[in-house]
Ligand binder design. Structure first.
Ligand code: HEM
Length: 524
């Protein structure tokens, strides 16, 4: 998710353009549409001073200095003394990077379409993914899936997450026994995949070694997609990798179709009658969704009719399953890893979080309920402060020429029409004009009334904002809180490398996996 991150980064733009000729032509036609309107007198945001005749500003975006696009963009903002900067890149054209909350609000409220670069993620998230759809097709899908992320549904998810946390701590205990450091990111990835597979698909793939191939598929496909988007030129002629991606994508597609078919068969065999009470009983997103689709497609009242679920429905549902599979684990795992790593380096925050967990939840994690977790405000603040410092994702939009805009008063009115506009959440969330001591980990800033205002403001955007914000934001926060509660109750720890680096892969992740040497606490 910089297509999260990648969809937003300039190299992702290059990737998409280079990878697909169709995409280039689509994009070209989109860009040409509004060119007639050039009435504005505003100028584009500042750019680096020199420009290569062929590569444009490309040579200024050298990732060898820093391994993260958003940090590189922020360095350019500082260098050019502007919170909005522009790079001209061959094929892509003008690529604007925004580190200003007011400009970000303008873009998010403007309902501009997602950048065409999201198409480069199709092998991973499917052609009809919520992430990349637009218009009525998107809003219809969002309506179908919203109930699967509502508080009512989340209430029932708590016990599943708690249950899965016992696998997490068992794995951490194994590291302690072996005297090995724990790679928090790797452990958190296993947890979040385990959770999303159960919550969204109603399955348990960690029980059976055969099913584990599906876990390896998503991880390898995520890594390959990230590499291709980050360094498109390097991967342009790597036919072996392209072939591997294709195979993995087909395998993922096949697994998801089989999953849908299995669930349809269950519904058919159980002669389910489509009504509200039946839907409210569904405990996993897939069944809930299928019943809604079947209900809205059904020709006559009564039980399942095979015609009520056509190939287009299959394409859409499998795309959403792939999207939830990817989006539902990667960013949440990253946040759990960073948050625990930050907590062990801030003993006062760790102590406060521990006391809150022990007093609000009770002596055992299995006593956790949705309501009790809602009371864990400090833990919530820890999750948000982590997301402020290390946002795993971002967004990139296409602003057509016809929507060329003046953004006043703070940004001084830049011209942004006919450009790809990337919102750099990392820069926005560390803006010293907005955040006191922005580099410091201070969860308290998210407490009380002032905290609520910060959460609502466009200076805090880890889940994006507006109509296209993250559908899974409350789900993610719940999971992060439960995982942290499980870890801090049971362990003390020391970080292996306090200089952990924030790098771009497909999303932005900790390069060393936030390794920690864990010790069992005597009380837990
Ligand atoms: C800490 C965890 C998470 C973060 C930081 C995060 C961040 C984001 C961001 C920034 C976007 C907007 C992307 C864009 O505009 O391109 C987004 C969209 C989305 N996220 Fe998340 N996300 C998280 C967890 C989840 C989870 C757990 C799920 C599902 C189970 C999920 C599913 C989605 C979907 C489907 C969209 C597209 C929504 C739409 O356009 O209607 N995310 N997320």
């Amino acid at each position: 998710m910089d297509t999260f991150n990648c969809s937003s980064a300039v190299f992702a733009v290059a990737a998409a353009s280079l990878v697909s000729v169709t995409l280039i032509s689509l994009y070209g036609s989109k860009r040409r549409k509004g060119i007639s309107d050039s009435s504005t007198t505003l100028s584009y945001p500042p750019s680096p001073p020199t420009r290569h005749w062929l590569l444009g500003h490309g040579p200024h975006l050298d990732l060898t200095k820093t391994n993260n696009h958003d940090i590189l963009f922020l360095e350019w903002m500082n260098e050019l003394k502007s919170k909005v900067v522009m790079f001209e890149i061959p094929v892509i054209g003008r690529f604007i990077v925004v580190g200003d909350a007011d400009v970000a609000r303008y873009v998010l409220n403007g309902s501009f379409p997602k950048s065409p670069t999201y198409k480069a993620m199709v092998p991973l998230i499917g052609k009809k993914s919520l992430v990349a759809m637009e218009g009525k097709e998107w809003s219809a899908q969002r309506r179908i899936y919203n109930p699967g992320f509502s508080p009512d549904f989340l209430r029932d998810v708590v016990s599943t997450i708690v249950d899965k946390c016992s696998r997490l701590v068992a794995k951490c205990d194994e590291d302690i026994e072996r005297g090995a450091p724990t790679n928090m990111l790797a452990k958190a990835i296993d947890l979040t995949i385990d959770v999303i597979v159960t919550v969204a698909f109603g399955e348990d793939w960690y029980e059976n070694t055969d099913d584990m191939t599906k876990v390896h598929t998503i991880r390898e496909l995520t890594a390959l997609t990230g590499e291709r988007m980050k360094e498109p030129l390097k991967h342009l002629f790597r036919f072996d990798r392209m072939w591997r991606m294709r195979r993995l994508s087909h395998a993922l597609d096949r697994d998801m179709k089989r999953l849908v078919q299995r669930r349809l068969d269950t519904i058919r065999n159980s002669d389910t009658v489509f009504n509200a009470s039946e839907m409210s009983k569904q405990r996993e997103i897939l069944s809930l969704t299928l019943l809604r689709i079947l209900q809205s497609n059904k020709k006559s009242p009564g039980a399942f009719d095979s015609k009520a679920f056509g190939p287009n429905d299959m394409e859409i549902v499998t795309s959403q399953l792939k999207t939830f599979y990817f989006a539902g684990h990667d960013t949440t795992a990253t946040t759990i890893a960073w948050a625990y790593w930050l907590l062990v380096q801030h003993p006062e925050s760790l102590q406060r979080a521990r006391e809150e967990v022990e007093s609000s939840i009770g002596p055992q994690l299995c006593e956790a309920t949705y309501e009790k977790l809602q009371k864990c405000e400090y833990l919530d603040a820890v999750a948000r402060e982590t997301l402020r410092l290390y946002p795993p994702a971002a967004t990139t939009r296409y602003v057509p020429m016809s929507d060329d805009c003046t953004i006043e008063p703070n940004a001084g009115g830049y011209r942004i029409g006919d450009c790809l506009v990337h919102l750099n959440f990392y820069a926005i969330q560390r803006d010293p004009d907005v955040w006191e001591e922005p580099e410091k980990f201070m969860p308290c800033r998210f407490l009380g009334e002032a905290g609520k205002k910060r959460i609502a403001s466009s200076s805090f955007l880890p889940f994006s904002k507006g109509a296209r914000d993250c559908i899974g934001k409350y789900f993610a926060l719940l999971e992060i809180k439960i995982a942290l509660a499980a870890l801090i109750r049971r362990y003390d720890g020391d970080v292996v490398d306090p200089e952990e680096v924030y790098v771009t892969r497909l999303t932005s992740i900790p390069q060393g996996g936030c390794e920690v040497n864990l010790r069992r606490r005597s009380v837990a």
